[in-house]
Structures are given as C-alpha cells and as structure tokens.
Design a protein around this ligand. Structure first.
Ligand code: MG
Length: 160
C-alpha cells in the first residue's frame, strides 16, 4: 500500500449581495464570499489538499480565475474534477480533516450537513470526513469578519 498526504488552505473576502457556500452547503448569512466561482472556501482548500497529495499543482493552475469557463461555477464541480484526477492516479481517499475559521456566521449548526454533503460527493463514509469550526478570537482580518479561511488535509492510498 502506498500512502500520500496533502494540505490545502484558502481564504476569501466577505462581500454584500453574494450567497455564502461552505462545503457545497448554502449558509444563510447577510454576506457571501467574493470570487470568480461561488467562492466556496472550504471546497477550494479540499481541492488543494487533494492536488497536493498527487503533486498535481494547485487549484489556481487547474482552474484559472481568468478563464470564463469558471465564472460563477459551483465549486462542487471543481471538486468532482479534482476527485477524478485522484482516481485516475489510482488513489482512494482514506480521510479528510478540515478547519473553518469564521467569526460569523456560527458554523456549528451546519457542520453535520457539510460533513454529509462532502461524504456523498467524495463517496466516502461520513466518519472519514471531519469538519471543525472556530472563530479567530476577534484577531486580524478574519476576526473583523472581513473574510473566511479554511484548512484541509487529506490522506490517500493505493495498492502497490
Ligand atoms: Mg479560493
């Protein structure tokens, strides 16, 4: 068995008149994240963790924000393409662990739905998908509710 691990990080700015998507789940809030896609910061971090694990570059190289094809795209679609690359390389996912850093809105009521949604998309058991959430204790840009950041790490394996 061959194992590889990957890490991903992303941050997006909060803005008016945008919907907020985290892990493919729409979260009711007065603002949403700014970006050329739906700016799903958690999915972007997960994509980068997966791409890192197979040494396939990063999300910005694969899905350039200058490409009109990705304007307004659901980040779930980017995750599906990324998962396809992982499988094409012969790997399956062992587990995913994540951290969402958001001063607002409170993420805890949505963690179970995000976990369930990601486990379906990634086709792995829920107990292999971990969603953790915290505030930034009021510190810095994240603490001033100017944006939301996420970390993700994955372990993947293949028979060898
Ligand atoms: Mg991003």
């Amino acid at each position: 068995m061959s194992y590889r691990t990957g890490i991903g990080y992303d941050v997006h700015r909060l803005a008016d008149e945008r919907k907020l998507f985290i892990g493919g789940v729409e979260i009711p809030y007065l603002k949403g994240l700014l970006g050329c896609s739906d700016a799903d910061v958690l999915i972007h971090a997960i994509c980068d963790a997966l791409l890192g694990a197979i040494s396939a570059g990063d999300i910005g190289e694969l899905f350039p924000d200058t490409d009109p094809e990705y304007q307004g795209i659901a980040s779930v679609e980017l995750l599906k393409v990324t998962l396809g690359l992982v499988r094409k390389n012969g790997y399956e996912i062992v587990n995913l662990d994540t951290v969402i850093i958001a001063e607002e809105p409170k993420m805890s009521p949505f963690k179970a739905r995000i976990q369930e949604n990601l486990s379906k998309i990634m086709n792995i058991d829920k107990d292999r998908v971990s969603i953790k959430a915290k505030t930034n204790e009021g510190l810095g840009e994240l603490g001033r509710k100017e944006g939301i950041a996420c970390f993700a790490t994955v372990l993947i394996k293949k028979e060898s």
